[in-house]
Design a protein around this ligand. Sequence first.
Ligand code: GDD
Ligand code: MN
Length: 386
Amino acid sequence: MAYDLAIVLPTYNESKNIVPMLDRLERALGGIRYEVLFVDDDSPDGTADLVRSIARDRGHVRVVHRIGRRGLASACIEGILAASAPFVAVMDADMQHDESILPQMLARIREENLDLVIGSRNIAGGSMGEFAPWRVKLSQWGRRLSLMGAAHELSDPMSGYFMVRVSSFERFAHRLSALGFKILLDIVLSAGPELRIAEVPYRFRLREHGESKLDMMVGLEYLELLIDKHLGNLVNVRFVLFGMVGALGVGVHLLILRGLLHLAGVGFAKGQTATTFLVMVLNFVLNNTVTYRDRRLRGWRFVRGLVTFCLACGLGVAANVAVANEAFDRGVPWWLAAFMGLLFSAVWNYGVTSMTTWRQERRSSEQRAQRRIAAATAQTAPAKTA
Ligand code: GDD
Ligand code: MN
C-alpha cells in the first residue's frame, strides 16, 4: 500500500505518550493512508522497545532507533528521509501539537502546490495556550534573532510542527545544519527564498506525561545553529565553541593574575604557574559541559580526561611558543607572530583533545542497554516458567 502521509515523531523518554499519541492520530486521520515513524535516541525508558513491539502488529508504525546520537533536529531529518510517503508531518510525540489540523495541512500543501505548511501559534486562530510566560518570551526573542537575514517573514519560526513535501526537502537536505532543537528554522534558512510556505493556526497544548527536554543547553544549541548557518562554510561549530572557551580563559587568566600580583603580592613566576593550571582546569570543565556536552565525562573518566587535556594543552603551549618564535625570527611583526602561535595551539589543542580526551565511547550506552534488557527479561521470566 502506498501512503499519502508520513508522521515523524522524534522521541526521548516518551514511553507514556506512545499509545495515546497513536490513538489520537488514528482519530484525526480517518480516510488518509498514513505511516508513523518514531525516531528514538536510545531513550533510557525503553521508548524504542515499546514502539518495536507495537510495530509487530501494525504495519504502518516503525521505529528508527539511533544509538550514540542525540538531537531533535537530526532525528527529524532522518525520519523524513526514511519515510516513503510524498508528504511528511513532523510533530512532538507528547501531544502538545494539535493533530486535528493535519488533514487541513495536507489539503493545502497538495492543492496549493506548496513545499512547507507550518503549524503556527502566532496567527489568528492559534495560541500559545497555557505555555509558561518565560517560554513565550524566549520564543519571541528566538523569533527576532532568527529572522535576521532570513528570506521569509514567519509568524512562528520556533514551531516544531510542520508538514513538508519530500521531493522539495531532498533538494536542500544536504545544506541543513542538523543542530539542536530548531529544525524548522534550519529548513527555512537552508532552503532559501524559493520555498512556497503557508501557515495554519493551532493552539499549543500542555504536556500531560513526561517532561520537556528544553534546557539551557537548548539555548546554546540555538546559537550554534545560527553560527553554523552564517559561518558554517568557514569553520566547524565545535571549534568555534572551543575557541570561545579558550578566549574566555585568556580573559580570566589576566584577571586572576592581576589579582594575585597586585592584591595578594604573589611573585610573577608563581602567580603565572598557578593561574595557568587553574585556567586549564576551568577550560576543561567548560568544554566538558558545553562544547562536548554530548560526550560529557563523569566520574573517573572526568579525572582521566582532565589529565589528557592538561597534557595536550601543555604540548600546545610549547608548540605555540616555538611557532611564534620562528615567525618572529623571520621578521613577522610581534602581534602577528603571537596570533599565529595562539592559532596554532588552538588548532592543536582542539585536534588532540577531540581524539583523546573526548573521543567517542561506546561502552557506557551499551552498559545502559544491557541493564534495561536484563530488567525487562526479569519481568517476563516468571510468567514463562509458571
Ligand atoms: N530523538 C530525539 N532526540 N527526540 C528528542 C530529543 C532528542 O535529543 N529531544 C527532544 N526530543 C523529542 C521529545 O521527546 C518530544 O517528542 C519532542 O522532541 C519535543 O521535545 P520537548 O522536550 O517536548 O520540547 P518542548 O515541548 O519544550 O518544545 C517543542 O515544542 C515547541 C513548540 O512547538 C519543540 O518542538 C520546540 O522546538 C518547539 O518550539
Ligand atoms: Mn513538548
